[in-house]
Design a protein around this ligand. Structure first.
Ligand SMILES: Nc1nc2c(ncn2[C@@H]2O[C@H](COP(=O)(O)OP(=O)(O)OP(=O)(O)O)[C@@H](O)[C@H]2O)c(=O)[nH]1
Ligand SMILES: [Mg+2]
Length: 293
């Protein structure tokens, strides 16, 4: 299948993101390094090229969030693919995993040379300051709350929750700056929009949800037909419209006239995918992604 038939053109770059970008730029000189969160289901698409440019020159730690929603073997491959001499990559189920020790260790190892230089010059090293960045809804505030062991930042399962920058002191070794999730004005590759939409980084109100669902159905039919068959007790088929109709009929999502209730089926299906009812899904595969970090 040519994925590119399923392009959607969405741009969601509201004013608060422009403001956030400016504020992040201002704060950048105060931070030693950047912790970039990416969604483990879409590790390349959730890389923000605008932030890449903004954070150039700062050492970087990549955290793949929502590991529990992605396919384990794909995540292992992605970690390998994204790691290099300059970049360490960790993957977490942030709410459940013990993240404090590995994050502090990674930050210290990334800043090792600078800390040693300071020591040699008789300067007592202060806490490492890191700016936490990433696309909306990727888990930045959850990550910070987990590290401070308190709910200091508002976190919720919708994009655009954090609206201002906020410092959090983890301990005397690490201080983090929470930032609002930002996207960029234009997706060069329209598939990026589809991936971000699938993972909840774009506000549903601005999305053609039916296009997202038909694309998901096509992908699932090609990669995991047995999952569709088991979940919905249907015979999967390659036509996503027919596939949705089969789900609607089995579920009894019909209008008064006995026709398929497309809207209701789309909403129900999307909710089930997002709640992992169809299992772990890595939408963006390592194969086919030759581009590194
Ligand atoms: N399953 C799972 N859910 C996670 C993980 N990390 C974060 N979440 C959930 O993802 C949702 C979004 O988390 P937030 O911390 O608000 O995300 P954010 O990046 O701060 O979002 P914005 O402030 O909108 O940019 C919440 O419902 C979190 O509970 C994870 O590793 N696994
Ligand atoms: Mg947030």
């Amino acid at each position: 299948m040519d994925n590119r038939q399923n392009q959607i053109n969405i741009n969601w770059y509201p004013g608060h993101m422009t403001k956030a970008k400016r504020e992040m730029q201002e704060k950048l000189r105060m931070v030693d390094m950047v912790i970039e969160l990416r969604d483990a289901r879409i590790p390349n698409a959730s890389r923000n090229p605008m932030l890449d440019e903004l954070c150039q020159g700062k050492p970087r730690l990549i955290i793949l969030s929502k590991k529990d929603k992605a396919e384990l073997e794909q995540t292992t491959q992605w970690i390998h693919h994204l790691s290099n001499e300059q970049t360490q990559v960790l993957a977490f189920d942030i709410p459940k995993d013990g993240i404090t020790k590995p994050v502090i260790q990674a930050a210290q190892s990334i800043m090792k040379e600078k800390i040693e230089r300071q020591k040699r010059r008789g300067i007592r090293p202060r806490a490492i300051r890191a700016m936490v960045v990433g696309v909306p809804n990727v888990g930045k505030s959850t990550f910070i709350n987990k590290l401070v062991k308190r709910r200091i930042a508002q976190a919720a399962d919708r994009p655009g929750v954090t609206r201002s920058l906020q410092w959090a002191r983890i301990n005397n070794q690490l201080e983090l700056l929470d930032t609002p999730g930002v996207l960029w004005p234009k997706f060069e590759d329209p598939m990026v929009g589809m991936y971000l939409a699938a993972c909840g980084s774009i506000k549903d109100d601005v999305l053609p949800l039916e296009d997202v669902v038909y694309w998901m159905l096509k992908e699932l039919y090609e990669r995991k037909p047995q999952v569709l068959a088991e979940r919905y007790q249907i015979d999967p088929c390659s036509d996503p419209h027919e596939l949705l109709a089969r789900i609607a009929r089995v579920r009894g999502y019909l209008t008064g006239q006995g026709e398929i209730d497309e809207k209701r089926t789309i909403t129900a299906f999307l909710k089930e995918v997002r709640q992992d009812k169809l299992g772990r899904i890595t939408w963006e595969r390592v194969n086919g992604n030759s581009e590194s970090i």
